[in-house]
Design a binder for this molecule. Structure first.
Ligand code: AMP
Length: 193
């Protein structure tokens, strides 16, 4: 594994517990000599993760649509910047280039990115590890919604159990990626059942 995608909040108004966890995850990613690939945000948890990686001398690649650069929303500290024409191109680029996907707490933007990663894995379009970092129980409601999907048969138990992992601290993220459940052609067959 070389490159890790981290999706997270672009808000600067959130409590410190989330900010320090994001910075810490960035430090751990940098210390592991992994490259961060992310949405190039210069604020919120996005900036915290990038700052954590950069504090170790690590590499940060930001992928951001042109309209955001025009508004000055990019992170000037990023090591590399890929400018895309659309949000969809940005998400596709990050998902293609990353070897693993991690979601820290975030708003609708982060949820959309996480749920797209899950949807594409369910369809067999990729088999990369996905880790949800449930800082402060932030994702409890989403996890309950996924449980409800399974209970009502809108989602298969296999997809709830084996497609992603949930951890509660930054320290657990890289070990979780290393022991991610196998996801191969057999699992892909479940997409249509
Ligand atoms: P959210 O989780 O709703 O805070 O949204 C996070 C996602 O929204 C990011 O991954 C970006 O796609 C986008 N986004 C929103 N605001 C910004 C910003 N100021 N700079 C960069 N990306 C942003």
């Amino acid at each position: 594994m070389k490159r890790i995608a981290i999706y997270c909040s672009a808000s600067d108004s959130i409590p410190e517990i989330y900010r320090s966890a994001a910075y810490r995850l960035g430090v751990l990613v940098g210390e592991a000599r992994l490259e961060l690939i992310y949405g190039d945000g210069g604020i919120g948890l996005m900036a915290q993760v990038a700052d954590g990686v950069l504090s170790t001398g690590g590499t940060v690649t930001g992928v951001i649509p042109r309209f955001m650069v025009d508004r000055g929303w990019h992170n000037p500290k990023s090591t590399n910047r890929i400018v895309t024409e659309t949000m969809h191109e940005r998400k596709a680029y990050i998902a293609r280039e990353a070897d693993a996907m991690v979601a820290l707490p975030g708003g609708v933007g982060t949820f959309e990115e996480l749920l797209e990663c899950l949807t594409w894995k369910q369809l067999g379009l990729h088999n990369k590890p996905i880790v949800i970092v449930n800082i402060n129980g932030y994702y409890d409601h989403l996890l309950a919604a996924l449980d409800h999907m399974v209970e009502e048969h809108f989602m298969q138990p296999l997809h709830r159990d084996a497609m992603f992992q949930v951890v509660s601290t930054p320290e657990e993220v890289l070990p979780a990626i290393a022991r991610a459940p196998h996801w191969g052609k057999e699992e892909q067959e479940h997409a249509r059942s």
